[in-house]
Design a binder for this molecule. Structure first.
Ligand code: ATP
Length: 301
């Protein structure tokens, strides 16, 4: 019995390890419910990035054929510009990011980067061009150095520390027992939401991709932390093509274009001031958020 118990117990640990790493990926990509669907085209070439302009052309998509999620969405983010997408929960905002990463193929229309259909390019070159700062940053059960550095193969200590400094994470790291060698994650040091997001920012800085996706957290950080993170995101996104999936409108007043998505359709588009002046869906969302911030004693924007 004892002999059996030990290997089984070991298997239990191994199983948890595997499950944990799958959970991490699942959280990051929301994908594991389904097998991977996309494959490189036989003659796939590497994406040639010349600035990183993103274009969605009449994109249709459904996870389940009976429930269309995107019903003809079109937009363009010129190289170096910032587009924000807002809309109710379930309207399809995160799906846009998943399609840009090509976790799924569109069922109608096209997604282009610098004029190249993303279905025609190799997936590794596509993903090398994209960076995401997710809502809920995933930590691996490993050291802080690993957690920051894994975005860039072969990243050295000096580079990792420089990225952490730029993400304002270095002071925190220095305060942990083993610095960059401190283990974090489920079985290590627990990080706050703000610290986790700084890890994600440091990763992104290290990877330095031309196109960035910010998937804003639904759960608000405290307003001091939120302002600090926002300032860092702005710095990371400078001169890059940025798609923001926004929940708090106060963070996107400076976007070059804002799309309001409702049930998979763009119902309004424009800059913040124009949309407010129009007095439609966006203006109503703004009013609701302004009122709830007033109730909480906070100021928007
Ligand atoms: P939120 O603001 O709550 O994050 P969202 O606008 O980003 O919402 P999506 O995550 O894009 O919404 O989801 C759009 C719709 O697609 C929802 O109805 C959702 O239930 C459905 N959906 C999302 N992911 C999957 C999936 N993997 N399989 C099936 N349906 C999905």
């Amino acid at each position: 019995m004892i002999q059996l118990y030990i290997p089984l117990n070991f298997l239990g640990v191994l199983y948890r390890e595997i499950k944990q790493s799958l959970t991490d990926l699942d959280k990051m990509f929301g994908l594991l419910e389904k097998p991977r669907e996309v494959a490189d085209a036989p003659e796939a070439r590497d994406l040639r990035v010349q600035g990183g302009a993103v274009r969605f052309e009449d994109v249709h998509f459904a996870y389940d054929p009976a429930r269309p999620v995107l019903k003809g969405v079109s937009f363009e983010i010129p190289a170096g510009k910032k587009l924000a997408v807002v809309g109710p929960s379930g309207s399809g905002k995160s799906t846009l990011a998943r399609l840009l990463f090509r976790f799924y193929d569109v069922q109608g229309g096209r997604v282009l980067i610098d004029g190249q259909d993303i279905r025609a390019v190799s997936q590794h070159s596509l993903r090398a061009a994209l960076g995401i700062v997710p809502q809920d940053s995933v930590l691996f059960n490993d050291t802080l150095a690993y957690n920051i550095g894994y975005a860039k193969e072969g990243a050295g200590e000096a580079e990792i520390e420089a990225a952490a400094r730029a993400a304002r994470l270095h002071e925190f790291v220095a305060s942990t027992p083993l610095g960059y060698q401190t283990r974090v994650g489920e079985r290590g040091l627990k990080l706050s939401g703000g610290e986790k997001q700084r890890v994600a920012i440091a990763r992104t800085l290290l990877k330095d991709p031309p196109i960035l996706i910010f998937d804003e957290a639904t759960s608000a950080l405290d307003s001091h932390n939120e302002r600090a993170i926002q300032a860092q995101l702005d710095a990371v996104g400078r001169n890059k093509t940025v798609l923001v999936i926004a929940h708090r409108l106060s963070t996107i007043v400076d976007a070059d274009e804002i799309l309001v998505l409702e049930a998979g359709r763009v119902v309004e588009r424009g800059r913040h001031a124009d949309l407010l002046a129009r007095g439609g869906a966006y203006a109503r969302m703004w009013q609701i958020q302004a009122n709830s911030h007033k109730d909480h004693g906070n100021q928007m924007a």
